[in-house]
Design a binder for this molecule. Structure first.
Ligand SMILES: [Zn+2]
Length: 98
């Protein structure tokens, strides 16, 4: 699961395929492509990843009155599945998200 972190307002927002999502201050945003794997992010967004299995295991453990850690990471700058753009371009965005 991919999320974005905004270094300005410190929001963490899960990106989705259905629509473009922004942080609270509007300086970071992103969306998954239709394939649900590739993503496009804008502005100063820093991409984050949650290891899904690890995250869901931690949620299940909550039922056992247990708090366990899960794996999350900052995604590298040259990730093949993420396009980072400084400025929003509608045509590019439409082609990317379908
Ligand atoms: Zn922000």
């Amino acid at each position: 699961m991919k999320l974005i972190f905004c270094p300005h307002c410190q929001d963490v927002v899960k990106i989705r395929t259905e629509n473009f999502r922004y942080c609270w201050c509007g300086k970071s945003s992103g969306q998954y492509a239709k394939d649900g794997l590739h993503a496009i992010i804008y502005g100063d967004a820093i991409p984050l990843g949650f290891a899904n299995m690890s995250f869901h295991k931690a949620i299940k453990q909550q039922d056992n009155h247990d708090s366990i850690t899960f794996r999350a990471f900052v995604i590298e700058k040259k990730c093949k599945t993420i396009e980072k753009k400084k400025i929003f371009n509608y045509e590019y965005y439409k082609n990317f998200t379908g």
